[in-house]
Design a protein. Sequence first.
Length: 458
Amino acid sequence: MPPQMSPEEFRATAHQTVDWIADYLRDIRDYPVLANVEPGALAARLPKSGPERGESIDVILEDFRKLIVPGVTHWNHPRFFGYFSVSSSGPGILGEMLAAALNTNHMVWKTGPSATELEQVSLGWLRQWLGLPEEFFGIIHDTASTSTLHAVIAAREAAGPNTDPLILYTSEHANLSIDRAALAAGLGRDSIRHIHIDDEFRMRPESLEAAIADDLAAGRKPFCVIPTLGTTSSSSLDPLPEIAAIAQRYRLWLHVDAAYAGPAAVLDEYRHILKGAELADSLVVNPHKWLFTPIDLSALYTRRPEIFRRALSLDQTPAYLQATESSGATNLSDYSVALGRRFRALKLWFVLRFYGREGISEILRGHMRMAREFAASVRADPRFELAAPVLFSLVCFRQHGSDDDNRELLDRINSTGSAFLSGTQLRGKFVLRLAIGNIATTDADVQETWNLISSFAP
Ligand code: PLP
């Protein structure tokens, strides 16, 4: 008899597991943020082959605690300030657990009516909170990289058949996912233009227009432009209204990468950052970055869903899907490369309902206030300088000195295990990045991290 997990065993182990999760979230500050392990450490401790015979769940959970947890870099730690800090949340975790329990796959409506409709409803709520036009259709993908890949595929479809080389424009500071999307869509490296930025790291509209003119003169076909709201290195905002106007003038598909900063537009006082987005053909925002939804959940909006559908449609529905077609229903896999779809909307719905627009606004406002206060400490200390404007919850800064001094400072901070920051290059210099995005981060976390940083600076 193959092993079975009885409902009683599942119940008892699930209770223990939830207790472990609750303790983990409560005591997370006791863990080093960055895993203190060498490459290969875990692999060396695990058997080379999987077990012939099933093992007891107690032993597996014990190994999770003993072997796996020490090799975890705790992205859920309130002092994880690297990259764009992300955060799960109680309601998000519960939604994720229930999605795993249901294990539904809403490739077509009939195989997941609730999942299909909840995806539309929860993305509709978020769309309203962001102030995006009502006609924007939303679909969930795993990551912004996948959302942008779909946008590029749609943009190519919209450009129609032509033999001239297609050209895509984005800024020098765009996320690598834009380049990857172009490559994955088969466009080739020569098809990507990285437009120069100004002294606040924003795409220069005049350089964009000049590049388009050059390409047109050379017989190439500009087809897509991807500005970023909240660039990865510095959180700068490309000038969307101007870029949108250029996109309209040259009939380019306008895809907006608002993966990180998009959620800020939930706040009335930040609504303006999406000015121009009403003209976008598509836009991506990542609730798994700054909306307390466990990875993975990226929201792709488009005013032209029919183009996505056309780009990915087959001549005929395969026989194995025909029986599950329902007239009048939306089949979300018609709009995506993936046929299978996880019930991701459940966790987003839990998060949006639990916190509400007011609660989310308050948390984001708090993050931005803490970032401004951290920046004020940097500014007030003559050993340090700010390296970029602080627009949201990211602070880029450096100590006066060489790149090596700053790299060493970053290593020293991170090796304490008490906080984790990342680095980047701005204006040719290495800078440190402190990004606040965890739901549990407090003023004390930020203050103590500043104390740590300043204690290491000469
Ligand atoms: N766009 C921006 C501006 C980002 O900062 C990132 C990641 O940090 C991405 C896109 C890619 O996001 P994902 O990891 O969801 O593909």
